[in-house]
Design a protein around this ligand. Structure first.
Ligand code: 13P
Ligand code: SF4
Length: 319
């Protein structure tokens, strides 16, 4: 702990010295989230990370999260220097949607509006009409549907199915999944609920349909945090990455948060749901990238003018 405190001080001093700001996702290590908060940066969901980074005047952003979050920051602010604790932190949704295959899929359905999740590469975003995150997917798809548009949706099939079910939109779904959320199991979750009958179940919509069906609230990370604050229950079973417990516990110190069970671990599972790529963001690496100016995010400049359009459309729609 002493060493961690020392590292935190060093990062804070380096951020100040370089006029840089730390932007972290709710799934990162609580130490990083706390540091982002105490140094004037932000801890947020993927939508608000994008908005904060593009609105902030700092010329250097340190993005603690996964690759697509750093790329999104770069696309929205090409003139800024975007550093990441590691450039190796990817996402199974991004990996499962290579641009060549995705482009052929879009070419085969030229009459459809292309909606992609933020968890994609810059090249895939450049092929899209809209980018959405879990926070705004329902609203944006509803408005496109009201416009009579038929959609292509990629890459998350579970979120896609959820949006389709809620809105009734005509959507062709790509077959991607999040390796973390896909592990939540409805059978074990129902068993856990019988142990905690008064608990509310909170579920991120990247989870399978049978898990979503058991939820009292479904939503993005920020929406689940809001639900923890507003629902009257004192106990919550939470089906998303355990990094979120830091903010939930901070905002609701008197409530109890329990991790939803994942495959094979039954009700005794503690800490199974954690994104291996989010976990690569360590305090040591935050300091190192700042000190050395290493792990700077670069995006092919030829892609930026096309990739920025669907991102700006999303930010405008949600502002
Ligand atoms: P949010 O947009 O809800 O923060 O989700 C991002 C993500 O990667 C979830 O796994
Ligand atoms: Fe991707 Fe899932 Fe990790 Fe989020 S939790 S970054 S969707 S692999």
């Amino acid at each position: 702990p002493e060493q961690q405190a020392h590292l935190q001080e060093e990062v804070a001093a380096e951020l100040k010295r370089q006029n840089a700001v730390l932007v972290a996702h709710y799934y990162t290590d609580p130490i990083i989230q706390a540091l982002a908060e105490s140094t004037g940066g932000c801890v947020a969901d993927s939508l608000e990370m994008a908005r904060f980074g593009s609105n902030h005047p700092a010329q250097t952003l340190v993005v603690a999260g996964v690759r697509f979050m750093g790329e999104t920051a770069k696309i929205l602010s090409p003139e800024k220097r975007i550093l990441m604790p590691t450039l190796e932190a990817t996402c199974s949704l991004d990996l499962g949607c290579p641009v060549e295959d995705f482009s052929s899929f879009c070419d085969a359905h030229p009459e459809r509006t292309v909606v992609v999740y933020a968890n994609t590469s810059a090249a895939v975003k450049a092929r899209a009409d809209w980018v959405v995150t879990s926070s705004c997917a329902l609203e944006i798809v509803e408005s496109l549907m009201d416009n009579g548009e038929k959609l292509i949706w990629a890459p998350d099939k579970h979120l896609g199915r959820y949006v389709q079910k809620e809105t009734g939109a005509d959507m062709l779904l790509w077959e991607g999944a999040c390796i973390v959320h896909e592990e939540f199991k409805s059978k074990q979750l129902a068993d856990m609920k019988s142990v905690y009958p008064d608990a509310a179940i909170l579920v991120h919509p990247e989870s399978p349909e049978s898990v979503i069906e058991l939820a009292d609230a479904v939503g993005s990370t920020s929406q689940l945090i809001k639900a923890a604050q507003t629902l009257p229950n004192s106990t919550f079973i939470v089906a998303t990455d355990r990094g979120i417990f830091y903010k939930m516990q901070q905002l609701c110190p008197d409530k109890q948060f329990i991790e939803a069970p994942t495959a094979g671990n039954g009700a005794s599972c503690r800490s199974c749901a954690h994104c291996p790529w989010m976990a690569m963001n360590t305090l040591e690496r935050v300091l190192e990238c700042l000190r050395k100016g290493s792990n700077e995010v670069s995006v092919d400049p030829a892609l930026i003018p096309r990739a920025i359009k669907p991102l700006e459309r999303m930010l405008k729609f949600t502002s």
